[in-house]
Design a protein around this ligand. Structure first.
Ligand code: GTP
Ligand code: MG
Ligand code: NA
Length: 382
């Protein structure tokens, strides 16, 4: 990754937007997976992290720009839920990322959680790209599987072109009402002041090459300093989960620095700081998501398995997400073991004594010259 003598970490990109705009499906399309159809009621109820190595991004964007120069090792993408009851998870996701993709359904325009997501991004001054998704739903759309969007649009007839332009214009106006100038990315002459729009289809893949290339090129061009690799560990706990055979584990996002097996770590616990050492560092395979299918939810004091037949008939608003009782039933597929891992990455950590870790807080590594008491205090301030 050290082209130009740069030592950059992978950018972290968070996918946000209203429920059912296609956030998870976009990721499925890029990964070649089918996570979305396995979700209870088809809605995302936790944060997921997926690592895309630079080679995969190069492969996927070849048609657009054969000589795309990628200076980052890859891209870490964080999926968030769009349902209104998960504001805390959207906030956690947006707090971690370098850039976001705001997904808008071209048929629906801006919706309540689109605006909520926008406000979270504005509050943190986070740059973002608008994915104007579901273009394939425009009446008469001619599929151009995985094609760059300009090429796909050039294949459409006049009626489709008119409908597309109407949808685009409506969304641009709605964003203008939120105080944002936006433009189709390949027409955007004021990148940085005017936000980019990339039309996409998560079903047939049009615009996906554009979205990936823009993400990587924009971040590596405008965020060099922020993306410069540092030895100082920056790491956030996403979820606390019980995994069969592993006990209580934590899923973390390593934003910067490196973690090693055996590192002494400190996390924030419900009854005080937890000091332990990393037993195992696990990641899913590249292009696979750090999250598992079957989890338990507490619904009015009852245990329900997500994915069971009655889970889909729940009223979504009745689902209260409960970290303390978030037990995995089994691990889907196998995890890769690592001696050490460099940022950015989504990682499952196994260690003793993690039972009462509080999700959303920072993980600290105790170095040879560090004062443990100071770190314990810092961990509890989160
Ligand atoms: P939450 O995570 O629950 O907020 O939803 P989401 O934004 O992740 O949307 P999801 O991926 O679950 O997609 C919602 C529905 O829209 C599914 O039925 C998808 O198959 C469908 N869908 C998503 N993207 C597209 C698209 O580009 N075109 C079409 N035709 N359907 C899509
Ligand atoms: Mg989703
Ligand atoms: Na959904």
């Amino acid at each position: 990754p050290a082209q130009n003598g740069q030592n950059l970490r992978s950018p972290i990109c968070c996918i946000m937007g209203h429920v059912d705009t296609g956030k998870t499906k976009l990721l499925d399309c890029i990964r070649g997976t089918n996570v979305q159809e396995g979700e209870a009621g088809g809605i995302t109820q936790q944060i997921g992290a997926t690592y895309f190595p630079a080679e995969n991004i190069r492969e996927r964007t070849r048609e657009l720009k054969a000589d795309a120069r990628l200076n980052v090792p890859g891209l870490l993408v964080i999926d968030t839920p769009g349902h209104e009851s998960f504001t805390n998870l959207r906030s956690r996701g947006s707090g971690l990322c370098d850039i976001a993709i705001l997904v808008v359904d071209i048929m629906h325009g801006l919706e309540p959680q689109t605006i909520e997501s926008l406000n979270l991004l504005k509050m943190r001054n986070t740059d973002f790209i608008v994915a104007l998704n579901k273009v394939d739903r425009i009446y008469g759309w001619r599929t151009c599987r995985n094609a760059p969007i300009k090429k796909a649009l050039s294949q459409q007839n006049r009626d489709v072109e008119i409908l597309f332009n109407d949808g685009l214009k409506k969304v641009k106006n709605q964003l203008q009402e939120q105080g944002l100038n936006t433009e189709l990315y390949y027409k955007n002459k004021e990148m940085g002041e005017t936000y980019n729009i990339v039309p996409t289809s998560a079903i047939s893949g049009e615009g996906i090459p554009d979205l990936l290339l823009l993400l990587v090129q924009w971040t590596q061009r405008t965020m060099i300093e922020r993306l410069t690799y540092s030895d100082e560990v920056q790491c956030t706990v996403l979820e606390v989960k019980v995994v069969e055979g592993h006990g209580t584990t934590i899923d973390v996002v390593l934003v910067n620095g490196v973690l090693h097996e055996g590192d002494q770590i400190v996390v924030c616990g419900m009854q005080g700081p937890i000091v332990t050492s990393i037993r195992a560092l696990l990641t899913p395979h590249p292009m696979k998501e750090l999250r598992v299918k079957a989890i338990k939810f507490i619904v009015f004091g009852e245990m329900l398995y997500a994915g069971s037949s009655n889970a889909s008939s729940l009223r979504y608003a009745d689902i209260s997400f409960c970290n303390a009782a978030n037990h995995d039933i089994h691990l889907e597929g196998t995890y890769l073991h690592h001696k050490e891992i460099k940022a950015a990455m989504g990682i499952k950590i196994t260690a003793q004594g993690l039972e009462h870790t509080i999700a959303g807080t920072s993980l600290y590594v105790v170095g040879p010259r560090d004062d443990l008491e100071e770190i314990k205090e810092a961990a509890m301030e989160d």
